[in-house]
Design a protein around this ligand. Structure first.
Ligand code: PLP
Length: 430
């Protein structure tokens, strides 16, 4: 059957060609040094970032400062995804059954390298939710009478998962409220004291960058302190990888859930789970995995039929991310955050919910008007920003001190976008 003689090269020739283009002439992104000093200087170079912005299909209808839901794919990544989608659709199970596993293994190698982990420590997931559900639900060391701990800023479904796990094992739940304002040292002290005051706690959930306020907590130091007290930590790093320049060693934890469709700009439906090699047996195998996978990390996640094309596009997303430079991206996002925050710093009525200490934030920062703490108050402010100023943000709830409005710039946003936000906030508050 001549028609069925499809070579591996012809199956993905298109994708490879696109991949090559995405690294070369098709992309506006020039390669830049990753030196921090260069990154700082580059952060304010509007001409450079305007070139980068050309790689994104940006809606002209709104200034989008709500890039925390998921990240726009840069055009070279999107094109790679389209090529993979077409190829997977065309070749169907003939590809999936005969070739996909080999390609998926290469993607896993690349993902592990990007995260600074061994291959056997990473699994590809559909997002942070799938990774963290597997970790929290599978954590196998709790005994009746133990307790688990989380804080107000953690993600709602991870808190529910912690409640579920606690109930299943007959454990109590300790719920914390992170102080605000707070400093780097105070955060470490706060968690250390909370653990000391609750010696039955054996499992702690930490969210590296809060989706509510943008607060970035010193996960490595807190994890170290927790470990010294015999407490395991699961880290929700949904917002970290790609927003700030981190690898596994910077978090120091044994169990971590990541997203790749937020700040890496991969297709929606991609994430990763990390389990330190020495800790695999402390996460129970997935209920749908067979016994041959008992001692393998792949047995901790059971996705079923995957979005093959999304996974195959991960290398293009890493290429694009690394071509811009991890440090450059981090510095630009912090710069955009600082632009609007500094421009409104004289407004007494405005509370800015991340400290200026750059160890405590990336690009995300929320605000609220003093005294306006209800969800409705903050929905109304976000709506006013859309209606009167054409600026899209989003309200966030669940913060113990009250709701807020979250501002999340992306690398395609301009300094002008942030100045417009600052001017809008000035008008709203005066
Ligand atoms: C802090 C945090 N954790 C977990 C998640 C879940 O990520 P996903 O829905 O992509 O699985 C999100 C999503 O916004 C998040 O912000």
């Amino acid at each position: 059957m001549a028609a069925m003689k499809i070579s591996r090269r012809s199956l993905f020739r298109g994708a490879a060609a696109m991949g090559a283009l995405s690294l070369g002439t098709n992309s506006a992104a020039p390669a830049f040094s990753r030196q921090p000093e260069t990154a700082m200087a580059l952060a304010s170079d509007e001409r450079f970032w305007a070139q980068i912005a050309k790689d994104f299909d940006i809606s002209p209808d709104i200034i989008n400062l709500e890039n925390g839901y998921w990240g726009l794919m840069a055009r070279p990544v999107l094109e790679d995804y389209i090529v993979h989608t077409r190829a997977v659709n065309r070749n169907n199970s003939f590809y999936a059954r005969r070739e996909y596993n080999k390609d998926a293994a290469a993607v896993l190698t690349r993902t592990a390298a990007a995260l600074g982990a061994d291959e056997g420590e990473i699994a590809i997931t559909r997002g942070a939710t799938e990774a963290l559900q597997a970790l929290i639900g599978g954590y196998d060391k709790l005994k009746p009478g133990d307790a688990v701990m989380y804080a107000d800023l953690d993600y709602y479904s991870m808190k529910s998962a912690m409640d579920w796990t606690a109930k299943r094992h007959g454990c109590d739940v300790v719920r914390l409220e992170i102080p605000q304002p707070v400093s780097y040292d105070q955060l470490i002290e706060f968690y250390t004291e909370a653990l000391a005051a609750n010696p039955r706690v054996r499992l702690l959930l930490l969210t590296h960058i809060s989706h509510r306020t943008g607060l970035m907590i010193p996960v490595k130091a807190i994890t170290k302190a927790a470990r010294a007290m015999g407490v395991d930590v699961i880290v929700d790093a949904a917002h970290s990888f790609g927003q700030v320049d981190i690898k596994i060693e910077d978090l120091g934890a044994d169990f971590i859930g990541f997203n790749l469709h937020k700040w890496i700009g991969a297709p929606i439906g991609t994430g990763a789970m990390y389990i330190r090699k020495t800790r695999l047996e402390d996460i129970a195998p997935n209920l749908a995995s067979d016994s041959s996978e008992k001692h393998r990390l792949s047995g901790r996640i059971h996705t079923g039929t995957s979005n093959f094309a999304a996974i195959l596009t991960l290398p293009a997303a890493f290429d694009y991310h690394e071509r811009i430079g991890r440090q450059n991206k981090q510095a630009r996002l912090r710069y955009l955050r600082n632009l609007w925050v500094e421009a409104v710093s004289d407004l007494e009525m405005l509370e800015i919910l991340t400290p200026n200490d750059e160890r405590l934030h990336g690009g995300i920062t929320s605000f609220r008007l003093r005294g306006k703490t209800s969800v409705d108050d903050n929905k109304a402010i976000a709506e006013r920003l859309v209606q009167e100023f054409g600026i899209f943000t989003t309200h966030r709830d669940g913060v113990a001190k009250g709701a807020c409005v979250r501002v999340t710039p992306a690398i395609y946003n301009s300094a002008d976008d942030c100045h417009r936000l600052a001017m809008a906030l000035r008008k709203i508050t005066t």
